[in-house]
Design a protein around this ligand. Structure first.
Ligand SMILES: [Fe+2]
Length: 262
C-alpha cells in the first residue's frame, strides 16, 4: 500500500522534474502539416477531453500565434510541459482508482481522491483554456481573439448581467488578480440563478455542479511569469486581446439551447 501511495505522490510532483520538451512530437506534426495559420482558428468541437486514456489536445494555432500578449516560450512550457503532466497523471491515477474500486480498497479510493481532483481537473481546465484563446486577427489573419460581438447571444447576456463588456473585464481582472497563490477566474453560467457570474477557484478546482464554465483564465504563475513576472494584473489586461469570444459564445449558446456541453 505504501509503495502505491509513494507512486501517487511522485506523480503529483512529477511536473517539477520533467525536462522541457525542446523537440515536441506534437509541434513536429503541426509543422509537417503546415500548422493552423489560416481561417481555421477557433474551429473544432467544444469538448475534446471526455475520454480515457486522456490525450493532450493539440493547439489550434501555432505556439507563437498569441504574441505579443502570450509568448511562444510560455505556450511551449504551458501546453507541452504542464498540461502534459496533468494528462499523464490523469491516466495513471484513474488506472489506480479503477484497480482500487475493483479490489474494494476504500482507503485507497480516499487517498486517490485529491490527486485525481487536481490532475483530472487540471487536464480539463487546460483543454478548455487552449480553445478559450485564439490569435488576434490584427496579428494573424483568420484569428478570433479579442473580437467581441455585443449583439451575440453571449454579448446580450453579458450586457444584461454586467451592464457592459468593460465592466465584466474589470470584475474578472480584479478577482483574478486577487486569487491567492494559484487558481483560475471564471465567467460562468449559473444554472440555478439563470445568470452569468464571475467566480474564482483555487488550484485546479473548476466549476462543476450548477455552474457552466464559459471563460476560464489560468492565473497560475506558469501562465504568465515568463512574460509578466509578478505583474499578474498586466497579464489579465492583455489576455483580452486573445480571448476567443467566438468559442465562448458557442459554449453559451449550446447551454442556452438545451444542448449543454458541460
Ligand atoms: Fe496552467
Amino acid at each position: 500500500m505504501r509503495s502505491v501511495l509513494a507512486s501517487v505522490a511522485a506523480l503529483a510532483l512529477s511536473s517539477s522534474v520533467l525536462a522541457f520538451p525542446t523537440s515536441s512530437p506534437l509541434l513536429k506534426r503541426e509543422h509537417e502539416s503546415g500548422g493552423n495559420d489560416t481561417a481555421e482558428y477557433g474551429d473544432g468541437p467544444i469538448v475534446d477531453f471526455q475520454s480515457l486514456p486522456a490525450e493532450l489536445p493539440p493547439l489550434r494555432y501555432e505556439y507563437n500565434a498569441l504574441e505579443p500578449h502570450i509568448s511562444e516560450a510560455i505556450m511551449r512550457f504551458h501546453h507541452d510541459f504542464h498540461h502534459s503532466s496533468f494528462v499523464n497523471n490523469t491516466n495513471a491515477l484513474t488506472t489506480n482508482m479503477t484497480r482500487a474500486i475493483e479490489e474494494g480498497d476504500l482507503a485507497q479510493v480516499v487517498r486517490l481522491t485529491n490527486p485525481i481532483q487536481l490532475n483530472v481537473a487540471g487536464h480539463i481546465n487546460h483543454a478548455m483554456f487552449w480553445h478559450t484563446l485564439s490569435p488576434n486577427p490584427a496579428n494573424h489573419s483568420g484569428g478570433y481573439g479579442g473580437v467581441y460581438d455585443e449583439s451575440s447571444t453571449l454579448g446580450q447576456q453579458i450586457t444584461e448581467n454586467f451592464g457592459s463588456i468593460e465592466r465584466l473585464k474589470g470584475i474578472m481582472e480584479a478577482m483574478g488578480a486577487a486569487v491567492p497563490g494559484s487558481g483560475w477566474v471564471w465567467l460562468i453560467w449559473d444554472r440555478q440563478n439563470q445568470a452569468l457570474d464571475v467566480i474564482t477557484t483555487a488550484n485546479q478546482l473548476n466549476p462543476a455542479a450548477t455552474e457552466v464554465p464559459i471563460i476560464g483564465i489560468d492565473v497560475w504563475e506558469h501562465a504568465y511569469y515568463l512574460d509578466y513576472y509578478n505583474r499578474r494584473p498586466a497579464y489579465l489586461r492583455a489576455i483580452w486581446n486573445v480571448i476567443n469570444w467566438n468559442e465562448a459564445n458557442k459554449r453559451f449558446t449550446a447551454e442556452a439551447s438545451g444542448n449543454s456541453w458541460w
